[in-house]
Design a protein. Sequence first.
Length: 133
Amino acid sequence: MKLLAPLLTVALLAACSQDANNAEPATALAGAPDAQSMDMSEAEHQAMGMGRTTDEATGTSASATGTVESVDAEAGKIVIAHGTVDALGWPAMTMGFSATPEQIQAVQPGQRVDFEFLSQGSKNTVTGITPAH
């Protein structure tokens, strides 16, 4: 970030002081790759931890295995300590998931589960949950 500010300042000064008849645009930084050369495949984005985001309305489906920490039928939540979620680049953690009353009734604290969920921004909803094998 410290390097970006001076480079941007130089580029802006060059653009402002450039002769209007000059055909060469001053928007590209010297030595910076152009947008075409930065095009990466989905696998390359994932490898860099820069997975392309999905539309928050549709979300991303993922699955994990974990241990039910608590259930709250009134709030419609199951708290699960889960392992890594490679599809989302998540480390192992404990978090709450929205769940249906039927899903909540099917599990109990301390139980190991395999589960699928839909991640939509900060909202995560269980779409399937079964005892772990």
